[in-house]
Design a protein around this ligand. Structure first.
Ligand SMILES: Nc1ncnc2c1ncn2[C@@H]1O[C@H](COP(=O)(O)OP(=O)(O)OP(=O)(O)O)[C@@H](O)[C@H]1O
Ligand SMILES: [Mg+2]
Length: 167
């Protein structure tokens, strides 16, 4: 088949505010099965993200600088439009628990309705990351909890920086 000659580009969208080891796990798995994976940072979902778009890009590019087939970009608007623009045929999403399922199921089918040629692929992280979310990381860190091992070292550093800036 001629289609198998085309590079298989996947897109992994999210807010990544901030990047966690759960995200890193999914990106690494994606990078192993697709020719390339574009981590697409959603620009303006939340009104007040902890990390600006620019900071999130910087963190992700830093963490994946050694991975030639991982690209980090930002996007706004419809994901399927952005995927088509980037010639991506796959949307990667992570599934942590049943609680993710309902929303992800709706999104996957809506995206299929909008763009039938794009498949959504779900991946499970390693068990030790299944309970991690960006929201919980921010909450725990703000309350003085330890997040070592749950986020890349650079994220921990940046969280400390935010804390200092606030004081
Ligand atoms: N620990 C994790 N393991 C596997 N997939 C994850 C994990 N955390 C997030 N994901 C997946 O990554 C994608 C992007 O998620 P997102 O940026 O919303 O992260 P999040 O941790 O859910 O953040 P928030 O708590 O702000 O919602 C989603 O498909 C989400 O299910
Ligand atoms: Mg989420």
């Amino acid at each position: 088949m001629t289609t198998s000659q085309l590079p298989r580009i996947a897109i992994y969208p999210g807010s990544f505010d901030p990047l966690t080891n759960g995200h890193v796990d999914i990106i690494e798995r994606g990078a192993r099965i697709f020719d390339s994976i574009i981590v697409a940072i959603l620009g303006n979902v939340e009104k007040t993200p902890l990390f600006s778009e620019k900071e999130r890009v910087e963190i992700l590019r830093n963490v994946f600088k050694g991975h030639a087939n991982v690209q980090v970009e930002t996007f706004s608007g419809l994901l399927v439009d952005y995927a088509q623009l980037k010639k991506a045929s796959v949307i990667v999403r992570g599934l942590r628990a049943v609680s993710d399922f309902e929303y992800e199921f709706q999104m996957a089918l809506m995206n299929r309705h909008l763009a039938p040629g794009i498949e959504t692929v779900f991946m499970m992280p390693a068990e030790q990351y299944t309970y991690i979310s960006s929201r919980l990381i921010k909450e725990v860190f703000t309350l003085g909890g330890e997040v070592t091992g749950l986020v890349p070292p650079i994220v921990e550093e940046k969280l400390r920086g935010k804390q200092k800036a606030k004081k």
